[in-house]
Design a protein around this ligand. Structure first.
Ligand code: HEM
Ligand SMILES: *[C@@H]1O[C@H](CO)[C@@H](O)[C@H](O)[C@H]1NC(C)=O
Ligand SMILES: *[C@@H]1O[C@H](CO)[C@@H](O)[C@H](O)[C@H]1NC(C)=O
Ligand SMILES: *[C@@H]1O[C@H](CO)[C@@H](O)[C@H](O)[C@H]1NC(C)=O
Length: 326
C-alpha cells in the first residue's frame, strides 16, 4: 500500500503540473544573496510614489493583473511596441493602463543597487503588493524568481483579458484558463475597490444596452441617472468615474456594498450577483463583518495570480529596462 502511494505520487504531481497553467517554482527570499534589500528598495520608492500620487495604487495593481493574464507574469505588459509588432499596452483592452513610469523608476533604483539581477516581472509583483498595503489593504509574502519574457502581443491581450461586458460563464472560462476559479473571480474583482474607469468601459449600460433596454436593467436606476451626469454619451472618451465611489484610494470592502446594491460599475461587477456562489460571497463581505476574511482571501488569490505561467530557471531574461528587451 505504502509503496503504491510512493510510486503514484510523482505521477500525480506530473499530471497536476501538466494540466495546470500554474507552474510555480518561485521562492520567498529568492534574491537573499544577490539583492538582499530588494523589497526594502521597492517599498521605499513605492512610499514616495504613492505619497506623491495616491491614485497610482489602482493602476499599479491593474498592471500586474494585465501582465499575469497575458503570457503569464513575465512583464510582457511593460514592453513597448516595436516596428512590426504591436505590444499589449497598445491593445484595445489596455484602456489607459498607467504607472509605466513608476515601474521604470523603481527598476532603475534596483539596477543601481543590484545590476542585472531583479526581473521586471518580480518588480511589478512587489509593487502591486505594496500598492495594496499602502492603500491600507492586506500584506502578503511575495515569492520571487520570475524571469522576463521577450514577446508582447496586442492580439493576445485582446483575446485573453476579461471584457467589462463579461458575464459569469465568460469570466469563469477566462479565469479557469489561468488556473483561477470562481472564488478567485469574486475575490479578485474586489480590486475594483481601487481606482477609476473611463466612460467607454460602461457607457453602453447607460445609453445602448440592448435592443430591449436603453439602460441595463440590472443597474440601480438612481445610480444610472447619476452616472449619466458624468458620462454624457457613448462617445465620451475622457470622463473618469470612481469604481468604489467615496473610497477609491482605500483598499476596503465597500466595493462589495456597492455591488450588493446593484451599483457595480461594469457588467462584470454586476454579474457577481447572478451566480449563487459569487452572490453569497458579495453579500457576506458586504455586511462589513468579514473584512479580515476578505483580506486573507485577496492575499491568497493574488499569490495564485502571481504564479500564473511564470518563466523560471533559464527561461526568459532579466531585462535592464522594463519597456524594452535586452
Ligand atoms: C473580473 C474581470 C475584470 C474585468 C472585466 C475588469 C475590467 C476593468 C475595466 C474595464 C477597468 C477600467 C479601465 C478604464 O476604463 O480605464 C478596470 C480597472 C481596474 N481594474 Fe479591473 N477588471 C477585472 C479584474 C481585475 C483584477 C483581477 C484586478 C486586480 C487584481 C483588477 C484591477 C483593476 C484596477 C485597480 C482598476 C483601476 C485602474 C485605474 O485606476 O486606472 N481588475 N478593470
Ligand atoms: C517606451 O515608450 C515610452 C512611451 O512612449 C517612452 O517614454 C520610453 O522611452 C520607451 N522606452 C524605450 C526604452 O524606448
Ligand atoms: C492603448 O492603446 C491605444 C490604441 O488602441 C493607444 O492609442 C494608447 O496609446 C495605448 N495606451 C497606452 C498606455 O499605451
Ligand atoms: C449600440 O449597440 C449596437 C449593438 O451592440 C452597436 O452596433 C451600435 O454601434 C451601438 N451604438 C453606439 C452609438 O455606440
Amino acid at each position: 500500500m505504502k509503496s503504491c502511494i510512493v510510486l503514484l505520487l510523482p505521477v500525480a504531481l506530473l499530471l497536476l503540473a501538466g494540466s495546470s497553467p500554474v507552474v510555480a517554482q518561485l521562492v520567498e527570499g529568492y534574491y537573499s544573496k544577490t539583492c538582499p534589500n530588494v523589497e526594502a528598495i521597492v517599498r521605499d520608492e513605492m512610499e514616495k510614489i504613492i505619497a506623491a500620487a495616491p491614485s497610482l495604487a489602482g493602476p499599479l495593481l491593474r498592471l500586474h493583473f494585465h501582465d499575469c493574464f497575458v503570457r503569464g507574469c513575465d512583464a510582457s505588459v511593460l514592453l513597448n511596441s516595436t516596428e512590426g509588432s504591436l505590444a499589449e499596452k497598445d491593445a484595445k483592452p489596455n484602456k489607459s493602463l498607467r504607472g509605466f513610469g513608476s515601474v521604470e523608476r523603481v527598476k532603475a533604483k534596483l539596477e543601481a543597487g543590484c545590476p542585472n539581477t531583479v526581473s521586471c516581472a518580480d518588480v511589478l509583483t512587489i509593487m502591486a503588493r505594496d500598492a495594496v498595503v499602502l492603500a491600507k489593504g492586506p500584506f502578503w509574502p511575495v515569492a520571487l524568481g520570475r524571469r522576463d519574457g521577450t514577446v508582447s502581443s496586442a492580439t493576445e491581450a485582446a483575446d485573453q483579458l476579461p471584457p467589462a461586458s463579461g458575464d459569469i460563464p465568460q469570466l469563469t472560462k477566462i479565469f479557469a484558463s489561468k488556473g483561477l476559479d470562481l472564488k478567485d473571480l469574486v475575490v479578485l474583482s474586489g480590486a475594483h475597490t481601487l481606482g477609476t474607469a473611463h466612460c467607454p468601459s460602461y457607457a453602453d449600460r447607460l445609453y445602448n444596452f440592448s435592443s430591449s433596454y436603453t439602460t441595463d436593467p440590472t443597474l440601480d436606476s438612481e445610480y444610472a441617472e447619476k452616472l449619466r451626469t458624468r458620462c454624457k454619451s457613448v462617445d465620451d472618451k475622457a470622463m473618469l468615474s470612481e469604481m468604489d465611489p467615496g473610497s477609491y484610494k482605500t483598499f476596503d470592502t465597500s466595493y462589495y456594498r456597492h455591488v450588493a446594491k446593484r451599483r457595480g460599475l461594469f457588467q462584470s461587477d454586476a454579474s457577481l450577483l447572478t451566480d449563487d456562489t459569487t452572490r453569497d460571497y458579495v453579500q457576506r463581505i458586504a455586511t462589513g463583518k468579514f473584512d479580515d476574511e476578505f483580506f486573507g482571501d485577496f492575499s491568497e488569490s493574488m499569490i495564485k495570480m502571481g504564479n500564473v505561467a511564470v518563466l523560471t530557471g533559464a527561461k526568459g531574461e532579466i531585462r535592464k529596462k522594463c519597456s524594452i528587451v535586452n
